[in-house]
Ligand binder design. Sequence first.
Ligand code: ZN
Length: 133
Amino acid sequence: VDHLTPAARTELMSRIKSRDTRPELMVRSIIHRLGYRFRLHRKDLPGTPDLVFPSRHKVIFVHGCFWHGHTCKRGKRPTTNATFWGDKISQNRKRDRRVATLLTNEGWQVMAVWQCEISDSDLPTRIKRFLGR
Ligand SMILES: [Zn+2]
């Protein structure tokens, strides 16, 4: 017997679903399996990078293809309200570039993992190559 009201059940399920499918969590678990230690969302760094490797001076961003305007199928811009979405996505891309420049100037190396790359079989290898031993 479900002890939750239908509304509470719906709310809970949507939370579980979005949490489990979040690209960032999937990347975290890949990196965790590779044996690296990392910090999350350091607010004192430009752009609050998703994963921070302080002793290596490296950061990884996980980008949703739509919101960050990737040149893949998922990154296709909608044709309705094209100007609205176009502006929003352009702003995000501009911010991504600015943040990467700031971090680089502060001596950090930056890697971006795109949502569509998460299931690529060579992603762990690319991450290892970026992070080093
Ligand atoms: Zn993509």
